[in-house]
Write a protein that binds this ligand. Structure first.
Ligand code: G3P
Length: 215
């Protein structure tokens, strides 16, 4: 499974990229707003740090405007993927962009029906938001299972990006279900390293090694 980081923060992207496990980056308007800097320059910088798909979201609401915005963003770097919201206009724009070989990540997906439409329109990536579903009492990971099943049934090419990830269990469940990608916030990535028995084990080995005669 590929792991993306869900952030627009350059320091965090650099740090996680240095671990050698990072396959791509997803941003969204909220994450970009936190960085208080020029959006296009930020996207370009991310593309220079990470060699993989970098999602940048369009803010237009009408399909022709989304397409124009997407074409401009796509010119920033060959790794830019255009995040398009799951609306009728978004689906129309996705169809046009796919025909121009501009990769779309259809975002704000909360149902299997929406995912099916995204795949049919030619979205390269589909982003179901599992944490936000959990927040309203629905089972986010159940949606991932449904979408994987539908894509498998018809051999559809779209890759599922498990988004709105809140804890390492979401990531593990995504992998168990065969989801292609999880986009993971920095804090959750850090938690994936942690296990108290690892810490205890390292301390014991360090302590015991100190007792080994060095000469
Ligand atoms: O980037 C899209 C998604 O991952 C947002 O997550 O935590 O705002 O629900 P969250």
């Amino acid at each position: 499974m590929k792991i993306f980081i869900d952030t627009a923060n350059l320091d965090r992207i650099r740090e996680v990229n240095s671990w050698g496990i990072l396959d791509g980056v997803t941003t969204n308007p909220t994450l970009v707003a936190k960085e208080n800097t020029n959006f296009e320059a930020l996207v370009k910088e991310i593309c220079h740090i990470v060699d993989g798909p970098i999602s940048a979201e369009v803010m237009s609401v009408k399909a022709p405007d989304m397409v124009a915005e997407a074409r401009k963003l796509a010119k920033l770097h060959h790794n830019v993927v255009i995040k398009v919201p799951m609306t009728e206009e978004g689906v129309k724009a996705t169809k046009v962009l796919a025909s121009e070989d501009i990769k779309v990540n259809m975002t704000l997906v909360f149902s299997a029906a929406q995912a099916l439409l995204a795949a049919k329109a030619g979205a390269r990536y589909i982003s179901p938001f599992v944490g936000r579903l959990d927040d309203v009492g629905q089972d986010g990971m159940k949606l991932i299972a449904e979408i994987m099943n539908i894509l498998d049934n018809y051999d559809m090419d779209a890759e599922v990006i498990v988004a709105s990830v809140r804890d390492p269990i979401h990531v593990v469940e995504a992998a168990r279900l065969g989801a292609h990608i999880a986009t993971v916030p920095y804090d959750v990535l850090k938690k994936m390293f942690a296990h108290p028995l690892t810490d205890i084990g390292i301390k014991r080995f360090q302590d015991d090694w100190a007792k080994v005669p060095k000469k």
